[in-house]
Ligand binder design. Structure first.
Ligand SMILES: Cc1cc2nc3c(=O)[nH]c(=O)nc-3n(C[C@H](O)[C@H](O)[C@H](O)COP(=O)(O)O)c2cc1C
Length: 142
C-alpha cells in the first residue's frame, strides 16, 4: 500500500461555530471510514491542525476537498510524507478541542513543543505537531 501522512494547519473562518465543528466531524467520520483514512483534527484558538493518514491518492483527494471548504482558510501544508505505518489507526477522525482539556496541561504541551505561549501550529515543525497531537489525544483519554 502506498501509505502517506499529511499534516496541515488552517485558520477557522470568523463565523465557524460549534454546529460547523459537529458537521465537519460527522462528515469526516463517515467519509474517512469509507476511504480508509485515519487521523486527528485539533481545534483551538481559532486554528485547526489536522493529520490525515491513508492511501496517497485518497489522502491527496481528501486534502484538496478540505482545502476548498469555506469554514476555514489559508491552509498551510506542514508535511506530506510516505510512511510505513499509521500512528492513529483507531480513529477515522478523532476530534480534540483544546477548550475541553485541562488548560494548564495544554499550556505545558504548547510550551514543550513550540516557542510560543499560544497554539500556533503553523509555527511548529512536523515532528512537534505529531508529538503535540499524540500527547493531546492521551490527555483526552484521561
Ligand atoms: C478543518 C476541516 C477538516 C475537515 N476534515 C475532513 C476530513 O478529514 N474528511 C472529510 O471527508 N471531510 C473533512 N472536512 C469536510 C470537507 O471539507 C467537506 O465538507 C466534506 O468532505 C464533504 O463531504 P460530502 O461530500 O460527503 O458532503 C473538513 C473540513 C474542515 C473545515
Amino acid at each position: 500500500m502506498n501509505l502517506c501522512r499529511l499534516i496541515y494547519s488552517s485558520y477557522a473562518s470568523p463565523d465557524t461555530g460549534y454546529e460547523d465543528l459537529k458537521d465537519i466531524m460527522e462528515k469526516s467520520e463517515r467519509n474517512n471510514r469509507r476511504d480508509g483514512v485515519t487521523g486527528v483534527l485539533c481545534y483551538g484558538d481559532s486554528m485547526f491542525l489536522q493529520v490525515l493518514e491513508g492511501n496517497r491518492k485518497i489522502v491527496s483527494k481528501t486534502y484538496h476537498r478540505i482545502a476548498t471548504d469555506k469554514r476555514h482558510h489559508t491552509p498551510a501544508l506542514i508535511e506530506c510524507v510516505a510512511t510505513q505505518s499509521r500512528l492513529f489507526q483507531s480513529w477515522s477522525m478523532q476530534a480534540v478541542r483544546l477548550v475541553d482539556l485541562n488548560a494548564e496541561e495544554v499550556r505545558q504541551l504548547i510550551l514543550q513543543y513550540s516557542d510560543t505561549t499560544t497554539f500556533q501550529p503553523d509555527l511548529m515543525t512536523a515532528q512537534q505537531c505529531l508529538k503535540f497531537i499524540y500527547k493531546l489525544s492521551e490527555l483526552k483519554k484521561k
